[in-house]
Design a protein around this ligand. Structure first.
Ligand SMILES: Nc1ncnc2c1ncn2[C@@H]1O[C@H](COP(=O)(O)OP(=O)(O)OP(=O)(O)O)[C@@H](O)[C@H]1O
Length: 246
């Protein structure tokens, strides 16, 4: 579903390469964890996939087609199929849970519609359905700022789900959470991957969580893929190569 070919990223002309010659094929339904030290290029990799950051060279193919920005409409269509979740949740803290999910479905325009209270019953039904799935339906009228971290991440997942994504990208989605809550969120993402065939590509800090939940692990070091394999292959030598100093 997703192919990266010889992808290279350098933020400035004179600066160091952050991603080097990345070749990666992700198949529909995979649960992929990306491991790497701070600064290895994990966030940049995710941002290049949804084109929040443009690769300096190389290609990104989505279902066999190039996604390099041709038009705003193309870009919207591409991003529509990709849900994003973040370490810091990126929710509208002062809005209620339902509004946050509706905004996920209908894009920026819907903030105005949400304020005006102009949503169709079917839109609200769709939002409530995903809130039910993530266990947050009873909080639909709560303000996001009053929720715990784990609850916020569930709302963020609902916001991603309501757009019916084929892929969910996560930038350290459990790094802010205590271990038990983090495991609950990983379990939810694993269930969604299995039930709905949504591909997961998550940057993780925790090797344990990657091993416990991912079907495939990618190790990034200094902008290069140094490991690509199953959790059972992630032994001490491999970890050393992923986390070793330059
Ligand atoms: N917008 C930017 N402009 C310039 N340099 C950047 C930008 N974003 C990231 N970088 C640099 O690119 C390198 C890789 O950053 P990136 O955030 O992709 O790494 P990471 O593996 O996600 O790290 P962390 O785990 O700390 O989030 C770092 O050296 C960072 O300083």
């Amino acid at each position: 579903m997703l192919e990266l070919r010889h992808m290279h990223k350098q933020y400035t002309k004179t600066g160091q390469a952050v991603l080097r010659d990345i070749d990666l094929t992700i198949r529909q339904g995979e649960f992929v964890a990306v491991l790497g030290s701070s600064g290895a290029g994990k966030s940049t990799l995710i941002r290049c996939i949804n084109q929040l950051v443009l690769p300096s060279s190389g290609e990104v193919l989505w279902e066999g087609k190039h996604v390099q920005a041709k038009s705003r409409a193309d870009m919207r269509r591409h991003r529509q199929q990709i849900g994003m979740i973040f370490q810091g949740f990126h929710l509208l803290e002062r809005a209620d849970v339902l509004t946050n999910v509706l905004v996920g479905r209908f894009g920026d325009m819907s903030v105005l519609r949400a304020i005006a209270g102009r949503f169709q019953r079917e839109e609200i039904n769709a939002a409530e359905q995903v809130l039910q799935r993530v266990g947050m339906l009873e909080f639909r009228h709560a303000r996001v700022r009053d929720l715990s971290g784990g609850q916020k991440q569930r709302v963020a997942i609902a916001r991603a789900l309501v757009q019916r994504p084929k892929l969910i990208l996560g930038d350290e989605p459990v790094s802010n959470l205590d271990p038990v809550t983090a495991e609950g969120i990983m379990k939810l993402l694993q269930e969604l991957c299995r039930e709905q065939g949504i591909t997961m590509l998550l940057n993780l800090h925790s090797v344990e969580l990657a091993k416990a939940f991912a079907s495939r692990i990618i190790g990034l070091a200094h902008g290069r893929i140094v490991f690509d394999g199953g959790p059972a292959e992630l032994d001490a030598a491999v970890l050393q190569s992923i986390y070793s100093a330059r």
